[in-house]
Design a protein around this ligand. Structure first.
Ligand code: TYD
Length: 218
């Protein structure tokens, strides 16, 4: 098949109330915006678990070693590793996403399966990565920080360490990968908030808050 159009999901996935995910290209500001959102929720008295992928568990640490270039793994292996890291991130009985939600906490996550669809999907085949991630539940809210494909790299070029996906060529393909990934979920119950990621951090944070928190989260 040469078409790059992807049918939207046919099987409805579970949507997890209180689970909020931030996504975007490298340098789009997902970490900053997730942090600002968590701070604002907490300042209103909410119980919040702030988390991220790759995780800081054993699989996530191995992924970080590959991202930094100190270990090697093929693109397909990375797709498996990210999926395995995610599986444990969801299911861990002590501090997993499902356990935290069950305790009545909000869970705010910096990156989730949409990163796999956009990054690994564009590097080793969208359908393969979609299948690997097909059993994972969706967040209630997905905040996608929109940025031109290379704009994020401009922001992070002063960092002293670079990761393997931080090249113009890869960011270009990931940019299209995100479009495909978001299209996939357009008819689901997950709410997708596409927000201009080029604005000042405080402006973006205000917009995120306006879009999500004005309506009770659940
Ligand atoms: P991130 O922690 O956002 O970057 P940084 O180390 O600069 O804070 O994410 C690390 C990288 O991992 C980023 O390039 C996106 C990539 N990634 C994937 O390729 N697939 C995935 O499933 C996830 C969660 C992240």
């Amino acid at each position: 098949m040469t078409s790059n159009k992807t049918a939207s999901e046919t099987e409805p996935r579970q949507v997890l109330p209180g689970f909020i995910v931030f996504e975007g290209l490298d340098g789009a500001g997902t970490t900053t915006q997730a942090r600002l959102f968590v701070e604002r929720l907490r300042s209103g008295g909410a119980a919040v678990s702030a988390t991220a992928e790759p995780t800081d568990g054993p699989i996530g640490r191995h992924i970080r070693a590959v991202l930094s270039g100190s270990e090697h793994a093929s693109d397909r292996t990375m797709a498996y590793l990210f999926a395995a890291d995610r599986s444990e991130h969801l299911d861990n009985p002590d501090h997993g996403i499902l356990a935290e939600l069950k305790r009545g906490r909000y869970v705010v996550c910096d990156r989730y399966l949409f990163s796999s669809l956009a990054y690994q999907g564009s590097l080793c085949g969208f359908e393969f990565v979609r299948m690997l991630n097909s059993s994972f539940a969706l967040p209630e809210h997905l905040v996608f920080l929109e940025l031109q494909s290379r704009a994020g790299l401009e922001r992070i070029k002063t960092r002293d360490r670079n990761e393997i996906y931080e090249t113009p060529q890869i960011q270009d393909t990931v940019y299209h990968g995100y479009r495909q990934a978001l299209e996939q979920f357009r008819d689901t119950k997950m709410r997708i908030h596409r927000i201009d990621g080029s604005a000042a951090p405080e402006t973006i944070a205000e917009e995120v808050w306006r879009r999500i928190a004005i309506t009770p989260i659940h």
